[in-house]
Design a protein around this ligand. Structure first.
Ligand SMILES: [Zn+2]
Length: 190
């Protein structure tokens, strides 16, 4: 699938919403990707995961790691295509932790995958977690980069598609200035 086809999948599935949203990061935006509208449809989601897996094959990962919650679905299906294992990084007291007996050994080749990137916070947390095991990060895959490539990683980065969606700190939000009612989206507690 090419970038346009992937973006069309988000739009056609109803996963792209327009309005005035508080994002997981706390920033405000006029677009929101309700990724679970797409991820709840395995037939569509697996097409994206296949595309991501194809991009990640050369990285030679032994394990796919995804942050909860959407990242679990992506990691599982990408790992299925790659023929490797998938594990999940869950919220800890600070940052991310492995539970359920999950672990990595030093030097283990890992790709990190997630669904929608806004600030990259989840991915940075997983990077810290993987590094704490001295495992080797060989790639990062993202279904949709809504930061338009502005978030940089020190590892090979494979966003399936990239859009430069505006978002603002609440005090600078033009929609707040217009008094537009705010909808809170995203999974983090505030
Ligand atoms: Zn606002």
């Amino acid at each position: 699938m090419n970038q346009d086809e992937i973006l069309k999948l988000f739009t056609d599935s109803g996963a792209l919403l327009k309005g005035h949203f508080k994002l997981t990061s706390g920033r405000h935006s006029d677009v929101y990707y309700e990724k679970f509208t797409l991820l709840k449809n395995p037939t569509l989601a697996t097409k994206l995961c296949k595309t991501m897996a194809d991009l990640l094959v050369p990285a030679g990962a032994e394990t796919v790691v995804g942050p909860t919650t959407g990242g679990i679905i992506i990691a599982y299906d990408v790992a299925r295509y790659l023929g490797v294992e998938s594990i999940y990084a869950e919220p800890g007291e600070t940052g991310r932790v492995f539970k359920r007996g999950f672990s990595l050994r030093p030097g283990q080749k890992v790709v990190i995958v997630d669904d929608v990137l806004t600030t990259g916070r989840s991915i940075f947390e997983v990077i810290d977690l993987v590094k704490s095991y001295d495992a080797e990060i060989v790639g990062i895959g993202e279904l949709l980069d809504r930061a338009g490539g502005k978030v940089k990683f020190d590892y090979p980065y494979f966003p399936l598609t990239s859009v430069d969606a505006d978002s603002w700190e609440p005090q600078n939000c033009p929609l707040c200035a217009k008094g537009e009612p705010l909808t809170q989206r995203g999974s983090r507690k505030f």
